[in-house]
Design a protein around this ligand. Sequence first.
Ligand SMILES: C[C@@](CO)(OP(=O)(O)O)[C@H](O)COP(=O)(O)OP(=O)(O)OC[C@H]1O[C@@H](n2ccc(N)nc2=O)[C@H](O)[C@@H]1O
Ligand SMILES: Nc1ncnc2c1ncn2[C@@H]1O[C@H](COP(=O)(O)OP(=O)(O)O)[C@@H](O)[C@H]1O
Length: 313
Amino acid sequence: MSADHGTAVSTVAPAKVNATLVVGPVRERDGRHELVTVMQSLTLGDQVVLRPRRDGDGGEDGDVVRCPGVGGDNLALRALTAFRQATGWDAPPRTIDIVKRIPVAAGMAGGSADAGAVLRLAAHVSGLGDAALLQELAAALGSDVPHQLRPGLAIGHGAGEQLIRCSGVLPGAVVVLRAGVELSTAAVYRRHDELDAATGTRTRAALDGWRERIAQTLTGPAPPSLPDALCVNDLEPAAVDLCPLVGSNVERLRGVGAQRAMVCGSGPTTIGWFVDAERAQAAVARLHEDGADALVAVPTGGAAVSTIIEVPA
Ligand SMILES: C[C@@](CO)(OP(=O)(O)O)[C@H](O)COP(=O)(O)OP(=O)(O)OC[C@H]1O[C@@H](n2ccc(N)nc2=O)[C@H](O)[C@@H]1O
Ligand SMILES: Nc1ncnc2c1ncn2[C@@H]1O[C@H](COP(=O)(O)OP(=O)(O)O)[C@@H](O)[C@H]1O
């Protein structure tokens, strides 16, 4: 029996953007698409607390999650269950409290961020689970969770779960334009396949080429930066097709001066890249005048972003 470790701990679970997302064939093993992506964490994030369960926390017996704005099966609770099963951590029930700031089902990996945060918090409190085990648990929870376990800048390949971690962060600032509607990741991949049937799927060899070119650019001695030619989102046509608002939001971002405007992951969030936070803030002011739901976030990574603090239990 392990000790109770009855402390309450808290961390930030940052959203991610995909600066590049090139999609290849479906792999037989799990039906997911092979891809190459550049994932960058942002200062926009959920707050996640793991603490001993109190009377009145609700739910069934055992561990519970309180996550206003998200119904149904919660990936954060699944992460804690998987952690307990894999490590044998048998401390009394915990409550996960999540303050949701990342838009839900929006292509910003909010659920994966919360799951990654819970794995970090549980490992910290229990003293169990080495880096390799956490990585394995994360990969079993979803393609985006391994990156969200250690937020920052990384090149994802495989189905997104294999990572080449990069030092530093991408330059500039991002305007996040929320769509106010949800889009299912699985539905976007399905539509991508239907559209792709006409244009042809990228081959494995083509994906390898993308990975090499991106790795050369992001893992060299210079501060990381991606040329426009390497910034593509293959899911964009499918997201626009399923949700035409996405296409007009990309145009809106161009209209307020974004150097590069694109769909974020599987959408429907769109992002605009700006040289700095000041220019991004000016663009957000113009979008707000127009009634849009937009905010500025900047790329972030490293130890600062996954810091864990103790909070009152
Ligand atoms: C598109 C991306 C880009 O980072 O994220 P979002 O923009 O949705 O956050 C990811 O590929 C999404 O990752 P994630 O949301 O973790 O996906 P998973 O839970 O693993 O899979 C959800 C579903 O998406 C499809 N899927 C996901 C990943 C992948 N490489 N190929 C796929 O075909 C499958 O239909 C799968 O059942
Ligand atoms: N902690 C969580 N936060 C957000 N969504 C969650 C969470 N747990 C489960 N989900 C479910 O996961 C789905 C995808 O949500 P999310 O991770 O926000 O988006 P995306 O996959 O587009 O990045 C949603 O349908 C949502 O109901």
